[in-house]
Design a protein around this ligand. Structure first.
Ligand code: KG4
Ligand code: ZN
Length: 337
């Protein structure tokens, strides 16, 4: 197949991801995760993540090239996440990408992590409708974007004012003594519970913005569980998980569909680690169908942080004739889209 052959490097959080794509075709997506090293802290420790990226970088690049069946010489461009993310973690990927670009004499493209979460869907479902709306929900971000063109025009409409959606899942899982990261545990526990058992607060539900707030919900769950424990009563973990999860996905899907309706957009994309949530997928499907909106959700392995998403956006930039980044490209922890 055609299109530029791009190597993509992602190190914004705890996954060292290296992907190889050709145009919209995925050739390799190699990942080394330091998630196990963070588990006992109940959250990602930046210094630990940075050191793990350093150790994993070279082997992960080599494995991606081998999986793709290509060599360094075949690559047309190197793409790397320039931000947003953890500063020290980003720096490892950016430094490596610069070194490869310089040594190989290939152009370097610094890309935005959020736009890359959108671009990755093209590897699975083909060219993105223009425009589309994207809901990105992970441990680090919860954003609504209007995307007229993923390479050149991505407009932020709203984001969380406090915790990210995945962060709320992780913190509530900790309150319930479930594992880390908490999302998959809550998802599983909630299947046995009643989502209407407890009426947890839905932050910024009807405030007329495209912003989210999850910290009040997290606190409400913690207080509710504490009250139970103080009274010496058992905590109904499945009901708490289901009721909490319902509050999160209700707000996420409601606001995503409000954007579609108010901006006149008929295609919604959901990405980020929380897009793996089974209730979010089901409710999004239901509400999109009722609203006449087409829904695109990449498979879980492409939703969580990975290198293929960076390569996919890099390929899009090459195809759009975008200027490469300079070799003094900075890592920017708060890079705007
Ligand atoms: O995109 P990701 O791998 O990394 C970043 O944070 O950027 O997302 C990880 C987040 C974690 O907070 C994790 O708990 C959440 O995604 N997550 C889920 C599920 N699977 C992963 N949240 C809810 N339900 C899930 N099934
Ligand atoms: Zn991410």
């Amino acid at each position: 197949s055609g299109g530029p052959l791009v190597l993509g490097i992602e190190t914004s959080c705890d996954e060292t991801g290296v992907g190889v794509v050709q145009g919209h075709t995925l050739l390799a997506n190699s990942i080394a995760s330091s998630v196990e090293e963070h588990a006992r802290f109940g959250g990602v420790v930046p210094e630990v993540a940075s050191r793990a990226h350093l150790q994993a970088m070279t082997p992960t690049v080599e494995r991606a090239l081998a999986d793709a069946g290509v060599t360094f010489n075949d690559i047309d461009a190197i793409a790397v996440t320039a931000g947003p993310g953890l500063a020290g973690a980003l720096m490892v990927g950016v430094a490596a990408a610069k070194a490869y670009a310089l040594a190989l004499g290939k152009p370097l493209y610094g890309v935005n992590h959020l736009a890359a979460h959108v671009a990755v869907d093209q590897l699975e479902h083909g060219p993105l409708p223009r425009p589309c709306v994207a809901l990105l929900v992970s441990g680090g971000h919860s954003s609504l974007l209007l995307v007229p063109d993923v390479a050149t025009d991505v407009r932020p409409l709203g984001s969380t004012v406090d915790d990210a959606a995945g962060e709320a899942f992780d913190k509530v899982a900790r309150v319930l003594d479930l594992g880390f990261p908490g999302g998959p545990y809550i998802d599983r526990a909630a299947r046995e519970g009643d989502p209407a058992a407890i009426g947890f607060p839905r932050g910024k539900y009807d405030d007329g913005t495209y912003d989210f707030s999850f910290s009040g919900l997290k606190t409400a769950v913690a207080r509710w569980v504490e009250a139970r424990e103080r009274a010496g009563e058992p905590v109904p973990v499945a009901d708490v998980a289901a009721s909490f999860q319902e509050a999160v996905v209700d707000v996420l899907t409601r606001k995503a569909l409000a954007v579609c309706r108010e901006q006149g957009v008929e295609d919604l994309l959901i990405g980020g680690g929380v897009a793996a949530n089974s209730r979010l997928r089901a409710l999004a499907r239901e509400r999109c169908e009722a609203a006449g909106v087409r829904l695109r959700v990449p498979r879980p392995g492409l939703c969580t942080d990975n290198g293929a998403m960076v390569a996919a956006l890099g390929a899009e930039l090459v195809a759009a004739g975008a200027d490469p980044s300079a070799l003094d490209l900075p890592a920017d922890s708060s890079l705007p889209v």
